[in-house]
Every structure is written in C-alpha cells, then in structure tokens.
Design a protein around this ligand. Structure first.
Ligand code: ZN
Length: 149
C-alpha cells in the first residue's frame, strides 16, 4: 500500500466513522461552519479549562473530507493548549494551501498529514479547512459562523 492509498484509507475511515462526533457536556465555546461550495455544515463545541482544550466534539453533515478533517482535528486537539492549537492550525493551513513544500515539513502534524493531497484539488481545500476555521470562530467569537469564502 503506498502512502496515497494509506491517506485515502484514513480519510474514508474517519469520514464514515468520525471520532468525537458528539457535543461535549459541559462546554463553554461553540462555533458553526458552512462551506457553500460543497454543502458541508458543522457545529463544533469545546470545553476550555484555562487555556487547555479539555474536550471537543462536533456534529454536522458533509462530504467525507470535511467529516474526516473535523474528526482528526478533534483527536489532535484534545488536551492541547490554545497556543498549540493555533500552531497546528497554521501548519495545517500551510500544508493544504502551499505549493511544493516538502512532505517532511509535516511530520509533526501526525495523522493530519493525510490531507496533504487536497492541495491538488482547490475545491477540496475548503472542505478540509472548514473544521479549523470553525475552531477559530469558536475560540475567538462564540457566536460567529465561520465561512470558507
Ligand atoms: Zn466538502
């Protein structure tokens, strides 16, 4: 199995069986996101304790890439500090949008690196980043709705 197939398998797995597909209780942050190009729609809720993400979950509907991205994002963020979350977001965003950056730059992204391939499909970049934009909305303005436009 080559890397591309492995990546596809992880995306399909998380797309079909998203992790943290629930709202954590209690929660003190919430964001909603919508990607009109694809119809992906999600709601994300977090429980912040100080600056640590104690718990995080999402509900919503969308394509396999948007669901898998939210799923792997919530897995990656649980227990992280806000600063670490911002750093991951910056790296993830660079990975799915920049051209030609070497793949080994993404080592520390772990499972999130499965989305490296979406940069070849501009329509799909918005699916892969929806969860992360929604995270930003949840952290910076509880009531805002993240748009991928
Ligand atoms: Zn989508």
């Amino acid at each position: 199995m080559d890397l591309r197939e492995l990546y596809q398998e992880v995306i399909l797995d998380h797309g079909k069986n998203p992790r943290n597909h629930r709202f954590p209780e209690p929660h003190n942050r919430e964001g909603r996101g919508y990607n009109p190009l694809c119809g992906d729609k999600i709601a994300l809720r977090l429980q912040l304790d100080g600056d640590v993400i104690q718990d995080i979950g999402f509900l919503g509907q969308g394509c396999a890439i948007s669901q898998a991205s939210c799923s792997t994002m919530t897995e990656a963020l649980k227990g992280k500090t806000l600063a670490e979350a911002e750093e991951l977001f910056a790296k993830f965003h660079a990975m799915v949008t920049s051209d030609g950056a070497p793949a080994d730059d993404f080592d520390e992204l772990g499972k999130l690196a499965v989305f490296a391939g979406v940069r070849e499909f501009p329509m799909r970049v918005k699916c892969a980043t929806l969860g992360w934009h929604t995270l930003q909305a949840a952290l910076h303005d509880e009531s805002s709705v993240a748009k991928t436009e």
